[in-house]
Design a protein around this ligand. Structure first.
Ligand SMILES: [Zn+2]
Length: 79
């Protein structure tokens, strides 16, 4: 997605925070390496709980940071 301003603007979703239940979770697009699905960060403006999502699935923060740093792929851990 190209943006004229060159900056991703946060948008407020109508979803509720999974931690405190407050509405108005902020959505932020995170930089993703070429070829990877875009990742989105959801941040609660009230309790600051953050989660990362990619392709409709939640991803652990370590995985987001790992792909951003281009570290070798590791086996996924399931919780
Ligand atoms: Zn919250």
């Amino acid at each position: 997605m190209s943006d004229a301003s060159g900056r991703a603007r946060p948008s407020v979703s109508t979803e509720r925070c999974e931690a405190c239940g407050a509405p108005g979770v902020v959505l932020l697009d995170v930089m993703a390496p070429p070829g990877e699905e875009p990742t989105q960060m959801r941040s609660c403006s009230r309790c600051e709980t953050r989660s990362w999502w990619r392709g409709g699935e939640r991803v652990p923060m370590a995985e987001v940071l790992g792909s951003a740093a281009r570290t070798p792929s590791r086996p996924r851990k399931k919780r």
